[in-house]
Design a protein. Sequence first.
Length: 189
Amino acid sequence: MEYILKEPFSKEALREFRAGDQVRITGTIYTARDAAHKRITEMIAKGEEPPFEIEGSIIYYVGPTPAKPGNPIGSAGPTTSYRMDAYAPKLLDLGQLMMIGKGQRSPEVAEAALRNGAVYAAAIGGAAAVMARCVKSAEVIAFPDLGAEAVRRIYVEDLPVTIVLDTHGGNLYEEGRAAYLAQVKEEAK
């Protein structure tokens, strides 16, 4: 299925999605990679306010290239998500709704997403320029010293993602692999 997800984002909307569904996101999301995740979780552990409201947020694991004149952002392809696995369960427990990146997640992240009614979506790897076209505005809001990995508030229109971990325990990588192996076995008969 294909869905549109618009702000305000909610857990109720996420319940409709199943692993493998295509979703186009429009609204305000945040960028953060591993260095930013480490700092955010350290801030939370110290009782400090994070740079944005975690509850209800969508975080895109991206470190965009510098913007060309007239563009809000440079190439903006996803980074490998397992780099955030040490931090993601904490943020999910605080109400983060969606993670966007590429690649598999640890069992701990999958369990935290399921426990909290959150999802993990894969963005198109290798299509960073296409993904950047969906970004209509971008502003560094924290950790500018991290350069490309600074936290940004970005507004996206029709950002295409595929649901990998859904709120019902579905896992596209596991289900896709099983379906492929079943097909290969059937064809070998």
